[in-house]
Design a protein around this ligand. Structure first.
Ligand code: ACO
Length: 433
């Protein structure tokens, strides 16, 4: 099979694919940043063959106007705005609005949107009883997924309520997350406070106790805002693709987002931030020999990976990791926190970036490499790290689901396969086996 891209006057861009001696002309699609795709939608009808790409490393599953990534150049833009600029100047809720509705809110839109979010932060009192049923050691990501799926029993969906349910979900996710933490440490729930910012309200629900006054430190609020922005979207990653997959069946918003939360929980995806801290801690406990750990991670037989390193798309650097490395220094300094794992992380990075194994495979620190160190400095416990990621990623998931629903050409997602099992054979009854 050979393929060849050609340009003709009648059809400015087509690709020619030759299979078993026969030529097929396939349309070529070019995005606004020049990304090029060969459109194979009609190829199976014409040839009987499918395209094969396990892990979807080279498959465009949709077109999308939300996030642009150039993995070779380390570029990340939400709706055209560079991540570095949003990280410097925006609030997380503004970014949420931008991702979901496609533009930065003007003052009136901002007042309406943020006001609505504030109004919906409470969860139904009956839902508090759900927390009683989980074992005390339950992972908060499991609780988060289950609670979000349960929201659909309180807020059924129809065409008119979709947007309201988006607001409800954005407002309630931090409340559910903080309640699951309070449950895990046996403290009473702290109700939302409407006068606080999105990040500030979350911190208050996490750390306030009835017996003392808790004031949200501005440095902590600022750092959390930054982390949430950096997590807010990342185009067709595993959890977002899951959201699109489940959403394509027209499952309701809450069921769809619960599936995204479950996908995010895996250690190769959002769960990596927890794994990074656990890795850094284990290196520290073993005497801090990061060189030895790097050597182990290069040995495929050891089953050890340098967690927080590598990315399917970024092959130069992850711009989020660059921002977070600087932020980690600033936050720890501002809070007066001394964390030996920061030095271990920097040492690991230094060794790995000079090592041919990592250089030749284009493995660089990803967003999870430094985020855990900052979360820890903010007082967030390790098993809540991935929950923080989920709160940050929610606007991205919602934006993709909304974009998909708004597109009238969306079909149910249903990949094909190459079957490799037994060919047809006769059933043998149990009595004869
Ligand atoms: N440590 C050591 N070796 C690695 C690492 C790592 N962290 N990541 C990749 N490699 C090696 C692989 O073993 C493979 O080696 P080989 O060519 O000799 O077989 C090569 O680099 C290519 O790696 P793949 O696994 O094929 O890359 P893929 O794109 O499938 O996976 C992934 C990307 C999952 C992120 C991978 O790099 C990884 O497991 N990293 C650690 C987990 C992690 O940090 N995940 C967070 C990702 S970011 C996010 O989801 C927010």
């Amino acid at each position: 099979m050979t393929t060849q891209a050609t340009s003709t006057k009648a059809n400015p861009a087509t690709a020619k694919l030759t299979l078993n001696g026969k030529d097929y002309d396939l349309p070529v699609i070019v995005g606004t940043e020049g990304e090029t795709a060969v459109d194979v939608r009609k190829f199976r009808d014409a040839s009987g063959a499918i395209t094969y790409d396990p892990g979807y490393g080279n498959t465009g599953a949709c077109s999308s106007a939300i996030t642009f990534i150039d993995g070779d150049k380390g570029i990340l833009q939400y709706r055209g705005y560079p991540i570095e600029e949003l990280a410097r100047g925006a609030s997380f809720l503004e970014v949420a609005y931008l991702l979901i509705y496609g533009k930065l809110p003007n003052k009136q839109e901002w007042a309406d949107f943020s006001g609505q979010i504030t109004l919906h932060t409470l969860i139904h009192e009956d839902m508090k009883k759900f927390f009683e049923g989980y074992p005390s050691g339950a992972h908060p990501m499991a609780i988060l997924a289950a609670m979000v799926a349960s929201l659909s029993t309180y807020y059924p969906e129809d065409a008119a309520s979709f947007n309201l349910n988006i607001t409800r979900l954005l407002a309630k996710l931090p409340t559910i997350a903080a309640f699951s933490y309070k449950k895990s440490i046996g403290q009473p729930f702290v109700y939302p406070r409407n006068e606080l910012s999105y990040a500030g309200n979350f911190l208050n629900m996490m750390f306030a106790v009835p017996s003392a006054t808790y004031t949200v430190k501005p440095e902590v609020e600022k750092a959390l805002n930054l982390l949430l922005i950096l997590h807010a979207d990342h185009e067709q990653n595993c959890s977002t693709s899951t959201v699109r997959m489940v959403g394509s069946s027209k499952a309701n918003l809450f069921a769809t987002i619960a599936s995204g939360i479950s996908a995010l929980s895996g250690p190769l995806h959002g769960g990596a931030n927890q794994e990074v801290i656990e890795m850094l801690e284990s290196i520290r406990a073993a005497g801090g020999d990061h060189q030895k750990f790097v050597a182990q991670s290069k040995d495929h037989g050891s089953n050890v990976k340098l967690m927080g390193f590598g990315h399917r798309v970024y092959k130069n650097f992850d711009p989020r990791a660059k921002i977070l490395k600087e932020a980690a220094d600033d936050v720890l300094k501002a809070l007066g926190v001394k964390d030996p794992t920061l030095d271990i992380a920097k040492g690991l990075e230094e060794v790995a970036l000079r090592d041919d194994y990592f250089v030749s495979r284009k493995l660089y620190p990803n967003v999870d490499f430094y985020s855990g160190i900052i979360y820890r400095a903010l007082g967030i416990p390790t098993d809540m790290f991935t929950v923080m990621f989920a709160i940050g990623r929610l606007p991205g998931w919602v934006a993709h689901l909304k974009e998909m629903r708004d597109d009238t050409t969306t079909r149910i997602n249903r990949p094909r396969q190459i079957y490799t099992g037994p060919t047809k054979r006769a059933f043998v009854p149990l009595s004869s086996r």
